[in-house]
Every structure is written in C-alpha cells, then in structure tokens.
Design a protein around this ligand. Structure first.
Ligand code: SF4
Ligand code: SF4
Length: 242
C-alpha cells in the first residue's frame, strides 16, 4: 500500500522532531569480519511490521532507553532518543483514515552521510553494516546531526547518571549519540532489545545477506518500503504496511 503525500509530510514532521543514539566504546572493535555493503557476508537489517505495531504505550522507547542508558529528562529540549514511535494519521483514497505508529531509529545506511562528514572519524560503519560512534573521538561538532536526513542523532546536552545497563557505558556529556542496533547484544548472538521485547512481535532483525533469514525473505516479497528513498542512502530498516 502506498504512502500518500499527507502521510509523508506528517512522517517528515515526526522525523524533524529528532531522535538519538549511543554506542559503547567496547563495541567499536567488535565484528570486523568482512566488508561493508552489499558484498559483505553479514549485513544486519530490521523489518518493522506496522500492521503489528499497536503503538501500545511506546514500550520499545523505554526498553531502548533502559538497555542503552539513554537519558530522559521529560524535557523535549534535552531528551535523547535512540528510538522514537511517531503517531501518524494515514489518509488513503477510498480507504478509511487509519492511525499508524512508526518506530523511527538510525537506519544504519549503507552510504551514511553522517560518517562522510565526521571530521574526527568518530562516526564509522562496522564491517557488518552497523554504524556507530566512538564517543572518545566525538568532539560534539554536530556535523553528523545536520547531515542525517532521518534526524536519528542527538547531542547529550546534560550530564546523565542513568546507568540501567552496566554492559553499556554511561552517556557522556557533549557527544552525539544514536541507535546502535544494540551492537553489544548482536555481538553475543542476541536480537536488539526492542526486537526481543516488543509485546506484539512487530520488529524482526537478521542478516539480510542470508537468503534464508526471515528479514531477507520479507524484503524479497517487495512488500516493504524504506524511508526517504530519494536520498539513495541504502537504509537497512524496512517498513512493512506503510
Ligand atoms: S540514519 Fe542517519 S545516523 Fe543513521 S546511518 Fe543513516 S545518516 Fe547515519
Ligand atoms: S559530532 Fe562527533 S560524531 Fe558527529 S561529526 Fe562531529 S565529531 Fe563526528
């Protein structure tokens, strides 16, 4: 089913609200087993099934924050998000208006402008296609925040004491953060926390270069869409039911 202009504009507005991320420095060295891009043996991807996502209480936002120590101050000016669920009304000709709940996060682009503009090489792509930030290299210039058309990155403005998961470093003030696809879990053979804990099984994760994986099979049906296709960035988050 196609996305009409009004839906697209509303979604654009939701993207413009901004969201966030955060990696852990110990993740940076992991999984360097092959080349980035289509030729790689492993290319992690996510399918978001919007027909299953009910919006619930946006539980995945909280799950993500707790898994990755993402601070939440209850203030839009300072809050950081790795994952944000946008509520969108979809108007389609001849079809009843319906509400969609669209989880938005870093799309782990194959051709990421955030990496290209980073002057310190703090932003980089792992060989398995996951884009990360080395917070010890990040100088907080925010070039990447401006370069990302998905508004997936944000700066940590305030000191945070949130440390709900000791496996992941505390957020550092003055650096940029974003979704890491829970690389610390992926490296242990686990799914990202939002995928594992979504109560409606609306998120599916896997290696899209493995034709036998569930994500590869779903993407092969061509019933999925990517966001902002006109940018030609090769995002690896695919939306079913958009
Ligand atoms: S969605 Fe944004 S932050 Fe994520 S890889 Fe693409 S350009 Fe970079
Ligand atoms: S804010 Fe950090 S990660 Fe982003 S471009 Fe600047 S140095 Fe690189």
């Amino acid at each position: 089913m196609g996305m009409d202009r009004r839906t697209f504009l509303k979604l654009g507005g939701a993207l413009a609200l901004g969201s966030l991320i955060t990696p852990g420095s110990q993740l940076l060295l992991a999984s360097q087993e092959n080349k980035t891009g289509n030729e790689s043996k492993t290319r992690w991807a996510m399918v978001v099934d919007l027909d299953k996502c009910s919006g619930c209480n946006k539980e995945c936002e909280e799950i993500c924050r707790d898994e990755n120590n993402v601070p939440h101050y209850g203030n839009e000016r300072y809050d950081a998000y790795w994952l944000r669920v946008a509520d969108v009304k979809q108007h389609l000709p001849g079809v009843e208006t319906r509400e969609r709940h669209i989880p938005l996060m870093c799309q782990h682009c194959d051709n990421p402008p955030c990496v290209h503009v980073c002057p310190t090489k703090a932003s980089f792509v792992r060989d398995d296609g996951i884009t990360l930030i080395d917070e010890h290299r990040c100088i907080g210039c925010r070039y990447c925040v401006i370069a990302c058309p998905y508004r997936a990155r944000s700066l940590i403005f305030r000191k945070s004491d949130k440390w709900t998961n000791e496996e992941v470093p505390k957020m550092m003030i003055g650096v940029v953060t974003k979704c890491s696809f829970c690389a610390h879990r992926v490296d242990k053979g686990q799914d990202p926390a939002c995928v594992e804990k979504c109560p409606y099984n609306g998120l599916i994760f896997g290696n899209m270069n493995d034709p036998n994986s569930e994500v590869a099979k779903i993407i092969a049906t061509k019933n999925t869409k990517i966001l902002r296709p006109e940018k030609h960035l090769g995002p690896k988050v695919f939306y079913k039911g958009l």
